[in-house]
Ligand binder design. Structure first.
Ligand code: FES
Length: 171
């Protein structure tokens, strides 16, 4: 599975793969290490492209078919690039009753994408989820780990502006 082409040199020089090497080293001897390693790898790369899955299979010495199986089974893992900010609109009953469907529609319009898609600039991914246990704040959405509650559909442009501004300030 491994090769001697330029890509292996590139990986050695890529700080993300160096970080992944460390994680593999820490988990290598532990039973059930595949899921935590995949989880951390997704944190580093933002998603799990095939080359990362192969790298992990080789590093942990597990069959590639097992890695593919786990990645495709758990919805937590994704093999397509996601945006820097992943917006998850809660579509659970309490939130839906209080208008999360309308918030979702406004987000689609504002971002020009559908659910499951990422904006062209790679900034936002839009997703829907079930109850996240914050029904008291309904309707809620999360942007990465940040929870935003008691929203209305009119809050959508302000919310997007907030994250765009954050991005401008960071660059
Ligand atoms: S239904 Fe949305 S947080 Fe519970």
């Amino acid at each position: 599975m491994s090769c001697n082409c330029q890509c292996s040199t590139d990986k050695k020089n890529d700080p993300r793969f160096q970080q992944l090497d460390e994680i593999i080293k820490q988990h290598k001897e532990q039973a059930g290490s595949l899921i935590p390693v995949l989880h951390k790898a997704q944190g580093i790369f933002g998603y799990l492209p095939e080359e990362v899955q192969i790298y992990i299979a080789e590093g942990l010495n597990v069959p590639l078919s097992e890695v593919y199986g786990v990645v495709s089974f758990y919805s937590l893992f994704t093999t397509v690039p996601r945006g820097k900010y992943v917006i998850n609109v809660c579509l659970g009953t309490a939130c839906y009753v209080k208008g999360s469907g309308r918030i979702m529609e406004n987000l689609k319009k504002e971002l020009g994408i559908s659910v499951g898609e990422t904006t062209e600039d790679g900034l936002f991914t839009l997703e829907g989820c079930r109850c996240i246990g914050a029904c008291g704040l309904a309707p809620v959405l999360t942007v990465n780990d940040q929870v935003h509650g008691r929203l209305t559909e009119d809050d959508v442009p302000r919310l997007i502006r907030l994250y765009k501004l954050k991005e401008e300030q960071a660059s």
